[in-house]
Design a binder for this molecule. Structure first.
Ligand code: ADP
Ligand code: MG
Length: 246
């Protein structure tokens, strides 16, 4: 084993896999640029740090399970004029996540609620936050499964490891009383501890009805609305516009 191979193997055993893999190139770079000892030490540290950061963000992105690749850059504010770019940009310092506040996007189908939620998720992930995307239907199903196994609390605790949970399309389908109860447990665990983004076609005035005016639903609504930024989106469906003009 050459000295270089030996040094690489040492770095690998110390779990500095980026340095281990790129040691010949890093050495060549140091020689070509006549780097000082300190500059070389910095180069190695930065390379490893950068690789780990990239790995962490990539893993977070995969775990987020975003259903589509939607970017805020592609959002057309001329079509959707009931929310402004300024309003959306104001969210990008992620104070809402740091302060455990919620966002609620309300509006009819096709007006860009899910697009905005995924676009914000992408930016939050790039900023290092842990995000999880779930449709309301998927979430209700997985909570039901956990509840049947007697693992509802444990499952919810796992969900609270994310900084931000997106619940998409809440209110589209009716929910059983047990489903409402499970959801209440989740919202209760997130309250003032983690952030939610909800997209829904229901105005809050309809929510009581949607949740059958029961004593489980009212506290859910109350907790979600408290500390939340609510955006009511209107206008025409973007899907419909594309059908008719494109
Ligand atoms: P919603 O969740 O409100 O039903 P979506 O966000 O799924 O609507 O939007 C439907 C489709 O139209 C998606 O493909 C989305 O990317 C696109 N879309 C909606 N609004 C806009 C917009 N203002 N600019 C660009 N694309 C949009
Ligand atoms: Mg949607």
């Amino acid at each position: 084993m050459s000295r270089l191979e030996h040094a690489s193997a040492r770095y690998r055993s110390l779990r500095c896999s980026a340095i281990a893999a790129e040691l010949p190139e890093l050495l060549a770079q140091a020689e070509d640029n006549a780097l000082s000892y300190l500059a070389f030490a910095e180069l190695l540290a930065e390379r490893e740090h950068h690789a780990r950061e990239h790995k962490r963000l990539t893993a977070n992105h995969r775990r987020a399970r975003l259903p589509a690749d939607k970017r805020l850059e592609a959002f057309d504010y001329r079509h959707q004029s009931t929310i402004t770019k300024r309003q959306v940009n104001a969210l990008l310092d992620f104070g809402f996540i740091d302060n455990r506040e919620n966002l609620v996007f309300i509006g009819p189908p096709g007006v860009g609620k899910t697009h905005l939620a995924i676009g914000l998720a992408n930016r939050a992930l790039a900023a290092g936050y842990k995000v999880l995307f779930r449709s309301a239907l998927e979430l209700v199903e997985e909570l039901e499964l956990a509840e049947m196994k007697g693992e509802l609390k444990k499952h919810i605790a796992q969900l609270t490891r994310f900084d931000l949970l997106i619940i998409d399309e809440l209110g589209y389908l009716p929910m059983s009383r047990q489903a409402r109860y499970n959801l209440f447990q989740l919202v209760h665990s997130f309250y003032e501890y983690r952030s939610l983004i909800l997209t829904t076609n229901k105005d809050f005035t309809d929510w009581g009805e949607f949740f059958h005016n029961d004593n489980v639903a009212v506290p859910i609504i109350d907790r979600v609305i408290h500390h939340s930024h609510i955006y009511v989106l209107g206008g025409e469906s973007y899907r419909l516009k594309q059908k008719t003009t494109g």
